[in-house]
Design a protein around this ligand. Structure first.
Ligand code: ZN
Length: 190
């Protein structure tokens, strides 16, 4: 069993296991199984044991567990913040679908968070990690230090905010209002 050189595969098709091959371009490691992330032809480098899939089309990107994504906060409920996912980090291809993700209050930051509005506000640009995909539900986490708010929007005047010397505090460029956020170490000031 297994795929053959030049065989046409679809996104999600199983190509082999990590004990057999090194996952190359157009593939991903799904808990030890190598799967295709694109529609294309299988290429097997027997010398290096690298399996890859050459995309015939400029196929759109599909989200998978572990991806780092950029998006904008669209809504905040008591338990979850909704994120409109714009793109995948280091992946120039557009997303196949307009994905909506959600950050559960327990996945926002390491420390206890009393309310989600102390971490995010509507309009904020965030970096987040995909932790789980169940059907149409995409669970995101911002616990890692690279993840969190990249650009915060002032709730009073909608202007962007800059970080202050205090941890997880931002201050409005226009009206000087101070607010709290879960700030990424990649926060964009100015
Ligand atoms: Zn303001």
């Amino acid at each position: 069993m297994g795929v053959e050189e030049e065989q046409i595969v679809m996104p999600g098709d199983k190509l082999g296991i990590v004990e057999q091959y090194v996952p190359g371009n157009g593939t991903y490691d799904d808990d030890g199984e190598i799967k295709s992330s694109v529609l294309g032809n299988v290429k097997i480098n027997q010398k290096n044991k690298v399996i890859s899939v050459d995309s015939k089309l400029e196929s759109p990107a599909l989200l998978k567990k572990g991806d780092i994504v950029y998006g904008q906060i669209t809504d905040i409920k008591s338990q979850r913040a909704n994120v409109n996912i714009d793109c995948i980090k280091d992946n120039p291809r557009p997303l196949a679908l307009p994905y909506m993700g959600a950050i559960h209050i327990s996945q926002a930051k390491k420390d206890y968070l009393e309310k989600l509005s102390d971490a995010f506000r509507i309009g904020d640009i965030v970096q987040a990690k995909v932790v789980k995909i169940t059907g149409d539900n995409i669970d995101l986490s911002t616990v890692d230090k690279e993840c969190g708010v990249l650009k915060a929007m002032c709730t009073r005047c909608r202007d962007y905010m800059h970080t202050t010397k205090k941890k997880d505090e931002v201050k409005c460029n226009a009206c000087n209002r101070k607010e709290r956020r879960k700030i990424s170490i990649n926060y964009v000031n100015g």
